[in-house]
Design a binder for this molecule. Structure first.
Ligand SMILES: Cc1ncc(C[n+]2csc(CCOP(=O)(O)OP(=O)(O)O)c2C)c(N)n1
Ligand SMILES: [Mg+2]
Length: 617
């Protein structure tokens, strides 16, 4: 059965806009019982069918596959094979990340014996009330399609269903086919048609004329319209269409995390990031906007600033989205269609914003760019601010270089500050914001596009969670430049905690002492832990540069460019200097009753902010 599965995967192709390519670029894996003799044998027997990439952590390999798929605009991904038990459940986090971000990945966890003769096999979970449950059932909640192949012939419908979901722009995410280890090794006479080349055509769904007319009416009624560009703009390759539409209409554009790069930062219509991590320009325009056109966005709480960023009482929404789940949000006028096709259909509607509005937006954008310039050059001493590191990297990097990030304080700062010049330059995973994605994801991007320099921005907390992909990058000859930002702990959560009255409790990498709570303050008596992350990276085989200050960091970037293998630039920043938020809010509930005065004050601030929250029904 496993041999047939490998042949099937190698024969799947996708086509969009006349370009055809193989859908599976290869197969990540870690072998153990449950895949070493089934899928493992099939990959060993036919290396030309599907290239095997050995990983060191199953979560990490799923991140790499998902990042690959994102960089390829969902037109290509990889399969991931694991052993049973812990090897399988290590993939759960990656599966959730893929599904949240609507990115395709095929997971092939090994499973317990379908025959049930040797039960309980090593690593089997025994459920007293059920005979048909294994740990792989946990994937059901985080997969867009899930199946267990208990008879070899079931592979035929299951594999086809898996493909239908993986290539669907609306349904895609993690797909899990759990493979009992005995079934993998069974012989079955699969029909040749099942194994023959199969092309999945990715259609661009066109807007229904009546829906489009309703959208045009809503747009025409707007005096202060705003476009919110989401990941769908990028995946649909709709940047050029967006640019033409806004050149024609003068409508300003704000971007979500996944949509950042939809327009170059210096385009006259660009207001940059929106929402909780938004720019002053975008959030101010959003506040008064009367028509908001969301294109390819799922309207996360960061985008809407927990439903507070649009304050105009009469604001109306138009959603352009292929996914029904998203298109109906915020009581919008719905256009269930592809972003590019819809933007093209909207051209020539004869709508243009008034000159005064355009000038106001342009002035806000200009002021914002000056603020970015200020934050890039704070000159903070003795340790630099993180915004200066971001600025130095932005100045140094070329338009085709990619930044990869996911969690901590950097995604918010990057969203606000990164001057994006290419639609594939900004790769911040902020659907799941998963610590540990940074290096593994960067590896996926580099494998997808080896010609680009790939910068992984990783906090010390994330690095400690998942850094083994450094070794895998050496194995794959996939050079990464990893910027390891050391601030001795979870600075982002420390800052959040301080703002909520809990003093950064439990967020610093300090020695644990009885009676000391490890607060986020410089006068805490517990010393920092003597951890040398640069030495750690060196021991994994990376070329390590210890950068001191911003000029040291600039030198390190120049030196890293000349190195051929993965480089880790270790740089320490001041954890207390962060980029503020600009006219935005993010809902984090604060205890309603407490003995702590600071928490009571934070609750008051929270109650006040909550009054601004809307439902947009
Ligand atoms: C897997 C995972 N666990 C926990 C969190 C919650 N969380 C978000 S940021 C953060 C701290 C990140 O620390 P670090 O990487 O050092 O970045 P910094 O906050 O210092 O910028 C935590 C614990 C998360 N996003 N992902
Ligand atoms: Mg940190």
């Amino acid at each position: 059965m496993a041999q047939a599965l490998v042949r099937f995967l190698a024969a799947q192709y996708v086509e969009r806009d006349g370009t055809e390519q193989r859908f599976f670029a290869g197969c990540w894996g870690i072998f153990g019982h449950g895949n070493v003799a089934g899928i493992g044998e099939a990959l060993f027997e036919s290396p030309d069918l599907l290239r095997y990439h050995m990983a060191r952590n199953e979560q990490s390999m799923v991140h790499s596959a998902v990042a690959y798929a994102r960089h390829k605009d969902r037109m290509q991904t990889l399969a991931c094979t694991s052993s049973i038990g812990p090897g399988a459940t290590n993939m759960l986090t990656g599966a959730a990340l893929a599904t949240v971000n609507r990115l395709p990945v095929l997971l092939l966890p090994g499973d317990v014996f379908a025959s049930r003769v040797p039960d309980p096999v090593l690593q089997q979970l025994e459920v007293p009330s059920r005979g048909d449950v294994s740990v792989n059932d946990a994937f059901q909640a985080v997969s867009r399609y899930w199946d267990r192949i208990t008879r070899a012939e079931q592979l035929i419908p299951a594999a086809l269903a898996a493909m239908r979901v993986l290539v669907s722009p609306t349904d895609t995410g993690a797909v899990t086919l759990a493979l009992p280890q005995d079934v993998q090794a069974e012989a079955y006479d699969y029909p040749e048609e099942f194994l023959a080349k199969r092309v999945w055509h990715i259609e661009r769904r066109v807007p229904d004329p009546a829906a489009l007319a309703r959208a045009v009416d809503t747009i025409r009624a707007g005096k202060r319209p705003l476009i919110v560009a989401g990941g769908g703009v990028i995946y649909a390759c709709a940047s050029d269409a967006l640019r033409s539409f806004v050149d024609e209409t003068g409508i300003p554009v704000a971007e979500t995390q996944a949509g950042k790069g939809s327009l170059p930062y210096d385009h006259p219509s660009s207001l940059g990031a929106i929402g909780a991590t938004g720019t002053a320009a975008a959030n101010r325009v959003a506040k008064d906007a009367d028509v908001v056109i969301g294109i390819g966005t799922r309207w996360s709480d960061f985008t809407t600033a927990s439903k507070s960023v649009f304050q105009n009482a009469g604001v109306r929404f138009v959603n352009v989205n292929v996914a029904e789940l998203d298109v109906q949000k915020l009581g919008a006028t719905q256009v269930t269609a592809d972003a590019r096709v819809t933007l093209e259909a909207l051209s020539g509607i004869g709508y243009r914003v008034e000159a005064a509005y355009r000038e106001t937006c342009a002035k806000l954008a200009k002021d914002w760019d000056a603020e970015v310039g200020r934050l890039y050059a704070l000159g903070h001493t003795p340790l630099p601010a993180q915004s200066e590191v971001i600025g130095a990297l932005n100045d140094f990097s070329g338009p085709k270089d990619v930044v990869v990030c996911a969690a901590g304080s950097m995604p918010g700062e990057l969203h606000k500050l990164w001057r994006t010049r290419d639609r594939k330059q900004y790769h911040v995973e902020y659907g799941y914001s998963c610590m540990g994605y940074e290096i593994a994801g960067a590896l996926g991007v580099k494998l997808a596009d080896p010609a680009r320099e790939v910068y992984s921005l990783v906090g010390d907390g994330s690095y400690l969670m998942l850094s083994e992909a450094v070794v895998t990058s050496l194995q794959e000859h996939a050079k990464l430049v990893i910027v390891l930002i050391d601030n001795h702990g979870f600075a982002s959560i420390g800052g959040l905690s301080r703002s909520l009255g809990t003093d950064g409790f439990g967020t610093q990498f300090r020695e644990s002492k009885p009676g000391v709570r490890g607060l986020d303050s410089e006068d805490d008596p517990a010393p920092y832990l003597p951890v040398d992350l640069a030495a750690n990276a060196e021991s994994l085989g990376a070329h390590v540069i210890r950068a001191r200050g911003i000029s040291g960091f600039r030198d390190a970037l120049a030196a890293a460019k000349k190195v051929e293998r993965t480089v880790v630039i270790h740089v320490e920043v001041d954890r207390y200097v962060s980029v503020p938020s600009y006219e935005s809010w993010w809902e984090v509930p604060v205890a309603a009753t407490t003995e702590i005065a600071d928490v009571r004050a934070a609750r008051k601030t929270y109650d006040k902010a909550k009054q601004k929250q809307r439902r947009y029904l």
